[in-house]
Design a protein. Sequence first.
Length: 276
Amino acid sequence: MVAVPEVLNQSAAASPVRDAARIDVRHVSHRFALRGAALPVLQDVSFTVEPGEFVALLGPSGCGKSTLLRLVAGLDAPTQGSVHANGAAITGPDPSRVVVFQDPTLYPWRTVRGNVAIGPQAQRRRFARRDAAQEDHARQRIDAALELVGLSEFAEAFPHQLSGGMAQRVALARALVNDPALLVLDEPFGKLDSLTRIRMQGELARLWQDARFSVLLVTHDVEEALLLANRVIVFSERPARVVAEVRNDAPYPRHRDDPKLVALRREVLAQLGLDT
Ligand SMILES: Nc1ncnc2c1ncn2[C@@H]1O[C@H](COP(=O)(O)OP(=O)(O)OP(=O)(O)O)[C@@H](O)[C@H]1O
Ligand SMILES: [Mg+2]
């Protein structure tokens, strides 16, 4: 296993040190218009992500999880209710909230390294600095992120030369170099083979423990949610309502066969309406 590189726990060059974000979702309902009819997708959803907390959202396919993430990311505004970050209403995307989407879109004309470098490059442009020490720091962070996701050898490859799982790992590396205050992950390991998935889950848990940003993770996988999160929020079928919040105090590193996790798994499956 690759150890979490120290450089990834240091703030990105030219940016202030970010504290983990607090997110408040308050009485959020959301509707889409589908062929003239209203499609209710979220129904009175409320929860909080405490600074530094790892929260997993679990629910049936199509219930509204990705929609909720888009609201937290500031890509859409809720039909009703509010979403706040550190007490301020979210009105649009912000570089401190980094999203890894379910289907990662990489720039096809950029190499793997070029795709991971997008955030640091934008940041240098914003601060209009071309300081050699900062350039060097940014390069080290990019190298470290690539190493973490096991893609150092593919740094110069182009997206069409990667598998689906590799593309997903590039998207994760691209998020991690940006020193997030909140990392928003939509099924980030969905396309990975089970061995890589297990490895990446361990890496994410260690990275989060070291860096302590807040995480909001959407997953279908009960075991993954329990392995990673401090709290699992279980949603109903669409329109998504919160049906349960399950706190998980098991210490890290966690083991999937820990009897406490096995017991919580039964509890969560029961909340999802699945008999075990
Ligand atoms: N832009 C849109 N316009 C209309 N309907 C939409 C739009 N985006 C999503 N929906 C609908 O909202 C519902 C919830 O979609 P969403 O992607 O949030 O589900 P999800 O819980 O993430 O599902 P999955 O687990 O399969 O990814 C679906 O019925 C979908 O058809
Ligand atoms: Mg989704």
